[in-house]
Design a binder for this molecule. Structure first.
Ligand code: SF4
Length: 413
């Protein structure tokens, strides 16, 4: 199904949408515009909106985004490096991992990874995003050694590497304490870590999705230790599987509490569950990903609940598709993620939105919704703002459905 904003939404001012919403929802939305911090019950009420209340939620989230971070819409030129797909953890939602003897199992050599990193630099990348599976026989020193090689060869690249699950595995494999392991990674060139492996920060849900994954307590421990060591991280949430809307709200409020203490999250990234090639879905253990309405609600709700503490809200175009990503960028989000150049994790789970996007394509899409594109660094400093269109800008039309095919789903009209 195409995920696209109903064209009528573009033309509805937020004040009009607010005036058409139910009194209780309108009051909550007005309070967020006044800067109030909403709690669980209020967040849950907003997570369950429909119809005109959904329109008001989206429009107010977009207005709050405009007031907080303006009309500049950022992206990063980066490359994904997945050094191995061998993993013993067995998460039910993962279509990427393989056993060590699988025909398509791989473990790239450091030379190969260096070659991919050099290619990325030649294409203008400022960031490498490095993650992999967890092979049983991995040497603990591997994590720091790889960073040292990459950082030594290409010191200009920001190394955004290793999920809390991988950090925790590194602790186990090296025998170092968590702060010692993080210090050794930082000394080797680590710039920041992806706040992935969060899924839903609820141990019961995690038990259904991936019983061998690190616990909520351990995820928080790793993230707090990283922030304390001066290593920022992203924050994420995977939705659209077995969780309820109450889980979304608790998850976001937990991240907000951590951020109040550490200030170490650079952004929040909602990640829709890609279901088709996963064991979890094939065995009937999860629903088939989020609806378009849920995508909009999650992004808008994140803007309202996190705005004062985590102002950067990123869309994942590999999960949402370009049309869905643009819709969420008009529902409170302000960052388009990155060029990726080689995306394999979502693709392996059944995503069909491509493995890379050109910076000029991102800029053209950003301009198509009336915003100003800007390339950023990993930590959100602006590298270059593009106030006027340039020759490289073109819409990735072959990968976007025709406007006439847009499906205004779940809006209650
Ligand atoms: S999500 Fe990560 S830890 Fe889980 S099976 Fe896949 S590669 Fe392994």
């Amino acid at each position: 199904m195409t995920k696209a904003m109903d064209p009528r939404w573009h033309d509805t001012p937020w004040q009009q949408a607010l005036s058409q919403s139910s009194p209780a929802i309108a009051r909550l939305l007005e309070r967020t515009l006044e800067g109030a911090e909403l709690g669980f019950d209020e967040g849950l009420a907003l997570a369950n909106v429909e119809s005109t209340d959904l329109l008001a939620l989206v429009k107010v989230a977009d207005e709050l985004r405009r007031r907080t971070v303006g009309d500049c819409l950022t992206y990063v030129v980066n490359r994904n490096l997945n050094f191995t797909n061998v993993c013993f953890v067995g998460c039910g939602f993962c279509g990427f991992s393989r056993g060590p003897k699988a025909k398509d199992a791989y473990f790239h050599s450091t030379e190969t990874l260096l070659g991919k990193a050099r290619d990325a630099v030649a294409l203008g990348a400022t960031e490498l995003c490095i993650q992999g599976g967890l092979p049983r026989d991995l040497k603990g020193a591997y994590y720091a050694d790889l960073l040292r090689e990459l950082h030594g060869a290409l010191p200009e690249l920001h190394l955004h590497a290793y999920s809390p699950m991988e950090i925790s595995y590194g602790v186990e494999k090296t025998g170092l304490s968590l702060p010692e392991h993080l210090a050794s990674l930082k000394a080797a060139g680590l710039g920041s870590i992806p706040g992935t492996a969060a899924e839903i920060l609820d141990d019961a849900v995690r038990g259904e999705l991936s019983p061998n994954k690190l616990t909520v307590t351990r995820w928080i421990e790793v993230i707090r230790a990283a922030h304390q060591a001066g290593i920022p991280s992203t924050s994420t949430m995977m939705y659209g599987h077995t969780e309820t809307r109450a889980h979304w709200v608790r998850h976001m409020l937990l991240l907000r509490d951590i951020q109040k203490d550490t200030g170490g999250f650079t952004e929040f990234v909602p990640l829709g569950f890609i279901h088709s090639e996963t064991r979890l879905f094939q065995k009937g253990g999860a629903r088939a990903g989020a609806s378009f309405a849920e995508d909009l609600i999650v992004h808008a709700l994140a803007r309202l609940l996190l705005n004062n503490h985590i102002p950067n809200l990123q869309v994942s175009w590999v999960k949402l598709g370009f049309e869905g990503a643009l819709a969420c960028l008009e529902a409170g989000a302000n960052d388009f993620s990155g060029t990726l150049m080689e995306e394999s994790i979502s693709k392996a789970a059944g995503a069909d939105y491509g493995e890379s996007v050109l910076p000029g394509e991102l800029r053209a899409m950003i301009r198509s919704i009336g915003r100003v594109p800007a390339e950023r660094y990993t930590t959100y400093e602006i590298r270059r703002r593009f106030d006027t269109p340039d020759a490289d800008e073109r819409l990735p039309v072959e990968r976007m459905p025709a406007t006439t095919a847009r499906t205004p789903v779940a809006l209650g009209y």
